[in-house]
Design a protein around this ligand. Structure first.
Ligand code: PMT
Length: 407
């Protein structure tokens, strides 16, 4: 793979927050957004109020396929735009174009718009692409601000020399969108290396236990949580085999997917893949019971009750736990009562390194939705996380997995 292609590939599945400030170069932000989307990144856009004079929110919303954020709250309904959540969501925050004014505010910690408060809350790498007139760029104040930001870890994509909006010519033109996209790709590729060389299995979704050719027993799992984990691990460089129950979801970039239906098929796929793996994350909602006999023909209804005899399925996680040795095994516990005790008992019984507890008593947690509220439990304690997107939960789980492999 050419190095440019490699950088583009590392954008796939990444979450890029694009900040736009009030500069004539804002039109290039539209092209940058398009390049990032084409490379498979998820893009959200935050703009300063002045940036709206240079490029419309409609253009950016259409290109990013997400609503644009400008104000701290929506004056229509008071809905709050959380700069903390935005900063946590992003894998990378790129401010392009970044004006002299915004750079000065970033250097001094001024927080008078959403773009700046998000900068102060961001935990991810921050990249700026300055754009301004040549004298503003060369001014000692701007150069000092850039040095201050660089000392604090902000990455700078240097402006180019050429014709400027003022009619003058010199250094100050914002770098071209493909240069910025390649820079971001390279930056995120560095980050991905943390799980390079690791082979991981993820189980996801619901199993389906046939009663007859028409009916089955299953559950509400959509696969979203497991797919988010598989995508996150692959984005960090792991070789991921996703063993998936039936779902409508697209396979995350870079993930090898094995489709199964029943608990028995998931057991066969998981136990055979585990031989070659460094670990597994057991996120699937697997049926504990399956019909003892499956009718070859559609069961006809009679007058009375129908009894279906069920037999136990294999406990896939427990089987991998018995074989794991020093390999990684992460479990999930989906509970409705006495959550902590049940999760701790599964942690021990199935020999997990840690377990992710989600409870159907918490709003926004568990099946189907895009959010989850989980507690990570291991033998040294518990970490209760707030409600967050399944992608963010996946990132927190991946952080723990990284720690496991660097012990
Ligand atoms: O798919 P979504 O709609 O996004 O929903 C996500 C989820 C709620 C399914 C997910 O967050 C979750 O909680 N997954 C585990 C569900 C479950 O079956 O939990 P459990 O407590 O019954 O099982 C405990 C652990 O053993 C789990 O890791 C499970 O995958 C595993 N198990 C269970 C039974 C079995 N026969 N084999 C297993 O491997």
């Amino acid at each position: 793979m050419a190095s440019g292609d490699a950088a583009a590939a590392s954008l796939a599945g990444r979450r890029i927050l694009l900040g736009i400030t009030g500069s004539i170069a804002a039109y290039k932000a539209a092209m940058l957004c398009r390049l990032l989307k084409t490379a498979g990144a998820e893009v959200r856009v935050v703009m300063t109020p002045l940036a709206k004079q240079f490029i419309t929110p409609l253009t950016m919303a259409t290109l990013s396929k997400n609503p644009i954020l400008v104000e701290f709250f929506d004056p229509e309904n008071g809905a709050w735009n959380s700069h903390v959540a935005l900063g946590e969501w992003a894998d990378c925050y790129v401010i392009a174009p970044a004006t002299a004014n915004t750079l000065a505010k970033m250097a001094t910690g001024v927080a008078d718009n959403l773009l700046l408060t998000t900068y102060l809350s961001a935990r991810c790498p921050v990249v700026v692409a300055p754009a301004m007139d040549l004298d503003m760029y060369a001014h000692a104040a701007t150069q000092q601000n850039l040095r201050t930001l660089a000392d604090r870890g902000v990455r700078i994509v240097e402006p180019a020399e050429g014709e400027l909006a003022s009619g003058l010519s010199g250094k100050g033109r914002m770098a071209e969108p493909d240069t910025i996209a390649a820079f971001l790709g390279g930056l995120l590729a560095e980050k991905k290396k943390t799980l390079n060389g690791k082979r991981l299995i993820v189980t996801a979704g619901a199993t389906i236990e046939a009663i007859d050719p028409v009916r089955f027993i299953s559950n509400h799992s959509s696969g979203k949580m497991g797919y988010a984990i598989a995508g996150e691990l692959a984005a960090r460089g792991a070789e991921v085999t996703l063993i998936s129950g039936r779902t409508a979801l697209a396979t995350p970039p870079g993930v090898e997917r094995v489709d199964v239906l029943s608990a028995e098929e998931m057991y066969e796929a998981a136990t055979s893949a585990f031989d070659e793996a460094d670990g597994a994350v057991m996120c699937a909602a697997v049926a504990d019971y399956t019909p003892a006999e499956v009718s070859d023909t559609k069961l006809k209804k009679g007058d009375g009750e129908l009894f279906i005899r069920l037999r136990r399925t294999h406990d896939i996680a427990a089987e991998l736990g018995a074989r794991k040795g020093s390999r990684l095994l992460v479990g999930f516990a989906l509970e409705t009562d006495d959550e902590q005790a049940h999760a701790e008992s599964k942690l021990e019984r199935k020999n997990f390194d840690f377990i992710v507890l989600n409870s159907l008593r918490d709003a926004g947690a568990g099946f189907q939705g895009d959010t989850n509220k989980v507690t990570l439990i291991d033998r040294s304690g518990r970490e209760e996380l707030p409600l967050m997107s399944k992608r963010e939960v996946a990132a927190r789980i991946a952080d723990r997995i990284e720690t496991f492999f660097t012990r």
